[in-house]
Design a protein around this ligand. Structure first.
Ligand code: 6GU
Length: 230
């Protein structure tokens, strides 16, 4: 997979992309992630990329010119057309199903904006879909882009040490994950449930399913409602 990110703050990505699973996935060639600075495509010597909104109002809006020029440059970096995604709180809410869907693509082109938003002609002209990572406002799309990259890349076959592990994650079956324990067997008077020490794999699987269902009912009943709708 190739992921391109168009951003005004490419340096923000350095640390998250250079640690742990994301770093290894790039090192072994599962994913190639390229950052391009939108400001390099500004038309003037002040490197201006935003301007006041027509009609008045507070804040600044991303100008279409630099974003279009940057996008056209980036698109030519690979023969894959790519799925174009604008990061904005107005977007469709990102979830595990969307992460799985995006992990099947050959190329993603993520566009992160700062300031109060994008000139509407960016969305229309680029034919971009819009994604939000939740119902709150961030200062820009950068952190959202990193969240999406992290969630998508860990689903690429081979990204995790153990091929089975993403299947057991919370949300992958619409439920929260069952409780996990490791050594020691007793910690500050809290004991690991006997069933996990029993060696009876069928009983353990049944217990885990039950636990996952119970904690989803208790902590995230909204997820069960979503299940009914499906
Ligand atoms: Cl993608 N961008 C911004 N600025 N805020 C957000 C978001 C994105 N998703 C949730 N809040």
């Amino acid at each position: 997979m190739r992921i391109d990110v168009l951003t005004l703050f490419p340096q923000m990505f350095e640390s998250p992309l250079n640690h742990s699973i994301l770093k290894r996935a790039q090192d072994v060639g599962l994913v190639q992630i390229a950052l391009t600075d939108i400001r390099d495509f500004a038309a003037d010597s002040f490197r201006k990329v935003d301007d006041k909104p027509y009609g008045g109002g507070p804040g600044m809006v991303m100008m279409p010119g630099p974003v279009f020029d940057c996008f056209e440059h980036v698109q030519k970096l690979s023969s894959e057309k790519g799925r174009v995604i604008l990061l904005t709180p107005q977007g469709q809410r990102f979830d595990q199903a969307k992460a799985l869907e995006l992990s099947a693509e050959n190329r993603l082109i993520l566009i992160a904006g700062k300031y109060e938003g994008f000139d509407e002609r960016i969305r229309i002209g680029l034919g971009a879909e819009q994604i939000s990572i939740g119902d709150y406002v961030l200062n820009g799309g950068e952190l959202a882009a990193m969240v999406i990259i992290d969630a998508v890349v860990r689903l690429l076959p081979g990204a995790l040490g153990d091929e089975d592990s993403p299947k057991d994650d919370s949300f992958s079956d619409g439920l929260l994950e069952y409780p996990q324990y490791t050594r020691p067997e007793v910690f500050r008077d809290m004991k690991v449930p006997d069933i996990l020490l029993s060696g009876d794999h069928a009983k353990i699987a049944e217990w885990r399913k039950q636990q996952a269902l119970e904690r989803t009912k208790k902590w995230r009943p909204d997820l069960l409602k979503d299940c009914d709708k499906k």
